[in-house]
Design a binder for this molecule. Structure first.
Ligand code: MG
Length: 261
């Protein structure tokens, strides 16, 4: 009798649990801070997701870099990287989980950056655990890399989001395993002494579709926190994030942006 009562009690409790909305931090938060002037909390679970657009360029072959590009990775040469603890094969580099990110030797300021990436073809995990990496501009400002093909997650953490700040204008993701590309135009923040005199701006084209249109970056892009410009800096290396999933990269090049003559 006691056993039956316990089973019944457990069943009722489970039923009550099922009916009460439970916080699911994989799909967003309701207790994170908000950037000044921003309607949504960082990783807000109620933030709307952008429309899905099927791009026309999934798995497109790599294009040759322009003649004045600094090629950071051509599929073989790793000499442009001060840290690259990843697997190299078949013309791509692949994240080895828990081994650290890839960091360039050179420091960069204002740049045009092209890179191609592919999330694992075999879907493992969900939300932020599915094909997560990131283009860490100056090692500080993240354009999210994520398998965002039919993968619900918080809107400011999906592919091509400025992590924790802006969703992409549309979701132009290819399927897992397919090669995708980012073309990024980045204007570095400018400081005078400890004072920020110009924030960073970024434009992102994802698979031929504009997804960030000269957005003002609001500071560093930490998880579940408001970022800032509290640490003045000059040019800094580019980093590709290791978020413990086996994302691949290939054909990475930059052009340093100079003022018109
Ligand atoms: Mg990331």
């Amino acid at each position: 009798m006691l056993k039956n009562t316990l089973i019944l009690t457990a069943a009722l409790a489970a039923s009550a649990l099922a009916q009460t909305p439970q916080p699911n931090h994989d799909l967003g938060y309701d207790n994170t801070p908000t950037y000044p002037g921003m309607k949504w909390r960082v990783h807000d679970s109620t933030r709307p997701h952008p429309e899905v657009v099927t791009p026309g360029m999934c798995n497109a072959p790599s294009l040759k870099p322009p003649s004045d590009a600094e090629v950071l990775f051509d599929g073989k040469d790793t000499s442009k990287w001060s840290q690259l603890p990843w697997k190299l094969e078949n013309g791509y580099m692949e994240v080895i989980p828990h081994k650290g990110g890839a960091i360039t030797k050179e420091a960069f300021g204002d740049i045009q950056l092209h890179l191609e990436w592919a999330s694992p073809a075999k879907i493992e995990g969900a939300s932020q655990n599915r094909g997560n990496s990131g283009v860490m501009l100056m090692g500080k400002y993240e354009v999210q890399v994520l398998d965002s093909y039919q993968n619900p997650t918080y809107a400011d953490g999906q592919a091509a989001a400025i992590y924790g700040q802006y969703t992409p204008l549309v979701n132009a993701s290819c399927k897992p395993g397919e090669w995708q590309f980012y073309d990024i135009i980045f204007e570095a923040p400018k400081f005078e002494g400890s004072k920020l005199v110009k924030p960073a701006f970024v434009t992102v084209i994802h698979n031929g579709v504009i997804v960030e249109n000269h957005e003002q970056i609001l500071g560093t892009t930490p998880h579940a926190q408001v970022g800032n410009y509290n640490t003045p800096h000059g040019d800094l290396p580019l980093e590709l994030q290791n978020h413990n999933t086996s994302v691949r990269y290939r054909n990475i090049w930059v052009r340093r942006l100079k003022p018109r003559i």
